[in-house]
Design a protein around this ligand. Structure first.
Ligand code: ATP
Ligand code: MG
Length: 326
C-alpha cells in the first residue's frame, strides 16, 4: 500500500538537505508518494502566514512528514506541526558518527522528551509590574503515554531499561507525578528504570556518558539535556530527531536553516537523511532504515565529505555517494 509522505523543505539549507533525503528514499524499494508543502520565513514574507492551513492539514493527515528547517518563524511553524501529529514524545539520539570530532566519542544516548506539557504548555501570566508567573502542567496520562513509548522503545532496540531524569526532590507534586507515572508503567511492563536527578545527570553525562543509554525526561529538561549531549557528540549537522504521535510522526534534523551557508550547495545532508531513516523505521521499514544508516555511515567514514567535516564535497556529491551505496 502506498504511504503518503509530506515533505516540507522550509528555509535556508532546508531547501538543500530535504530534497537530498527524498532522493535517498526514492532509491529504496518502498512505495512512498511524496507531497511537497510550504512553510517558513519565505512563505510569511509572501503571504503574511508562516504556516499555511493546507500544510497543517496535510501533516495532520498523511502517514509521516519529513521536515527540513525554518528560520525566524520556527516557533510559528514547528510547534503547531508537532500538534498536528499529536506528538507526545520527541526522540533525540545523541550518537557519534564517523568523521566527527566529538568531545566524548564514547557517547551513545537516546533522549525521550515529553513533548506536550511541563513548563512549555504556555500558561504564563504577568500579575503586576513586578511579578510574572508560570503554571507548570503535568498529567499522569501524558507521562504514562511517554512511559509506554519508552518501554516499547527499549524492548524493540535491545536496551535493558531506561533512566528517568527529574527533580522530584524539589518539585514534589509535578515532577513527583511525572516520576511516579513513568516508573509505575515501567514496573507493570517489567522494564527496569533508574531515577536520576536532572542536575546530577548534567554533571554525570559530561564526566562519563557511558553510564546512560535511554533517558526519559520532562519537556524542558529534555530540551536542555539533549542539547548538552549534542555538544558532547560534536556535529550539530549530524543529529536527527523524531516527533512521534499516536498515529503519525514528523522527522527533522536538529540543526536549523543555517543562513550562513544556505544557497551554496555545501550543507551536510546527513542529519536529514538519518531523520529519514528514523521515519522508515517508524513506518515499519526497519530493513530499509538500517540500509540507509549503513550507507550514510559508510560515506561519512570513506568520504566524500562536506566542508563542515573537513571535506570539499557538495551536498549533491554526498547524496550521490549515499545513493550509490544503496
Ligand atoms: P536557525 O536560525 O535556523 O536555527 P542558525 O544560524 O542557528 O539557524 P543552525 O542551523 O542552527 O544555524 O546551525 C548553526 C551553525 O552550524 C550554522 O551556522 C552552520 O554553519 C552549521 N550547520 C548547521 N547545520 C549544518 C549542516 N547540515 N551542514 C553544515 N553546517 C551546518
Ligand atoms: Mg539555530
Amino acid at each position: 500500500m502506498t504511504e503518503e509522505i509530506t515533505v516540507i523543505p522550509g528555509d535556508g539549507i532546508g531547501q538543500e538537505v530535504t530534497p537530498a533525503a527524498v532522493e535517498v528514499l526514492e532509491a529504496l524499494e518502498v512505495d512512498f508518494a511524496f507531497q511537497e508543502a510550504e512553510a517558513g520565513d519565505y512563505v510569511r514574507s509572501e503571504t503574511g502566514e508562516a504556516l499555511p492551513e493546507d500544510t497543517y492539514d496535510l501533516v495532520a493527515s498523511t502517514d509521516a512528514t519529513l521536515f527540513g528547517a525554518v528560520g525566524e518563524t520556527a516557533a510559528d511553524v514547528i510547534l503547531p506541526l508537532r500538534d498536528a501529529v499529536d506528538s507526545f514524545v520527541n526522540v533525540r539520539p545523541a550518537t557519534v558518527y564517523p568523521g566527527v570530532d566529538a568531545v566524548r566519542p564514547e557517547t551513545d544516548l537516546v533522549f525521550l522528551r515529553e513533548n506536550t506539557e511541563g513548563v512549555y504548555s504556555g500558561h504564563e501570566d504577568r500579575l503586576s509590574d513586578d511579578l510574572s508567573t508560570l503554571t507548570r502542567v503535568v498529567t499522569s496520562s501524558a507521562s504514562e503515554q511517554l512511559a509506554a513509548f519508552a518501554c516499547e522503545f527499549v524492548e524493540d532496540n535491545g536496551y535493558d531499561g531506561f533512566h528517568v531524569a527529574h527533580k522530584a526532590n524539589v518539585m514534589r507534586e509535578t515532577d513527583g507525578r511525572f516520576r511516579d507515572s513513568v516508573v509505575s508503567v515501567a514496573d507493570e511492563r517489567g522494564v527496569e528504570t533508574e531515577e536520576v536527578l536532572m542536575d546530577a545527570f548534567a554533571t554525570h553525562v559530561c564526566l562519563d556518558p557511558t553510564q546512560f543509554d535511554v533517558v526519559v525526561c520532562p519537556n524542558l529538561a529534555g530540551d536542555v539535556l539533549s542539547d548538552l549531549a549534542a555538544g558532547l557528540v560534536g556535529g550539530l549537522g549530524m543529529l536527527p530527531s523524531a516527533n512521534i504521535g499516536p498515529e503519525r510522526g514528523l522527522f527533522e534534523p536538529v540543526h536549523g536553516s543555517a543562513p550562513d551557508i544556505a544557497g551554496e550547495g555545501i550543507a551536510n545532508p546527513a542529519a536529514t537523511i538519518i531523520s529519514a531513516a528514523m521515519m522508515l523505521e517508524h513506518l515499519g521499514h526497519d530493513e530499509e532504515g538500517k540500509r540507509v544508516r549503513d550507507a550514510v555511515e559508510g560515506v561519512l567514514e570513506d568520504g566524500p565529505r562536506t566542508p563542515d567535516l573537513g571535506g570539499d564535497a557538495s551536498t549533491a556529491d554526498v547524496t550521490d555517494a549515499i545513493v550509490d551505496r544503496l
